[in-house]
Design a binder for this molecule. Sequence first.
Ligand SMILES: [Zn+2]
Ligand SMILES: [Zn+2]
Length: 332
Amino acid sequence: MPLPTNISRLISTRKLYRHHHFNFLSFTTTNTDLEKPSPPPIQVQLTESSGRGVFATRTIKPGELIHTAKPLLTHPSPSPSPSLTHQNHNKICYFCLRKLKLGQKLAISHSPTVSFCSDECANRSKGFYEVEKRVDWSEYNDYCRQRGFKYPLLVKRMACMVISEETSSDSLDIFQPASLLPEMISEMEEEFGLLKSTLRGAIKDEQMTFLTKDWYAGILARIRINAFRVEVVGGSYEDLLLSAAASVEAEAAVGNAVYMLPSFYNHDCDPNVHILWIENADARLVAIHEIEAGEELRICYIDTSIAHGTRQQLLLQGFGFKCNCARCISGD
Ligand SMILES: [Zn+2]
Ligand SMILES: [Zn+2]
């Protein structure tokens, strides 16, 4: 597989681009040249049957980095038990989801449960974290941990970002919402009540006018089908590119994140694009095969190794659609 020559240069120049939260044009659109940033070779357009989709504007080579994407919203996975809370959360940057090495010099601990990998992550968390620190989250966090719920943690962070005016309450409206089943609605009402009562007292009512049951339901419904489970693979990017066509062995999830552009990719059980995380929640979209100009780019929302029947079930329950991709039609 030809290794794109611009990749190492891209990696070294990426960090020069500043990311601004919730500016919807802020996903990293540069791909080759620092002097002449060019847009990624894709465009978002309507598909015949699956809503929006992402299409190639030129031939894309196997292994090519199509674009990178910074998350709009992140949260580490809930820890499995209270005794592990400190340990686990200490191991992952509260902002970028990078795994922290024990005794890492750069790591900044703000509390027994919250650490950042760098000054940059601590600074970029200032908005939501200043709000979060004013509130006792133990009941809310326990609720999520005991049930293994990850989405209410993303809604909690979103609420803190809105209260701190870091983002607006309607900034996720562009995403397609999942339809919530009746049992999800009663669960959602419970979570909403808990979030509201947790914030009340510490946060002024006038700062929480956005926090209605409808708002909570709308955010949850969007997060449900648009949040990615972030699994960092570690290792070098070059090594990874060489193996990008094969399925990449990912470690356990470090957390969940919501992105703008990656959310526009439709699903295929035999995808032509992989979404990869090397060291933190910054996503890389890499071509698996050669993709022709005009062809739709698709990622697999679930593990490609899962058998046909189970895939169908997971996609229907988790994402609300019956998969009609070529692989599913062939019965594979
Ligand atoms: Zn970080
Ligand atoms: Zn399929």
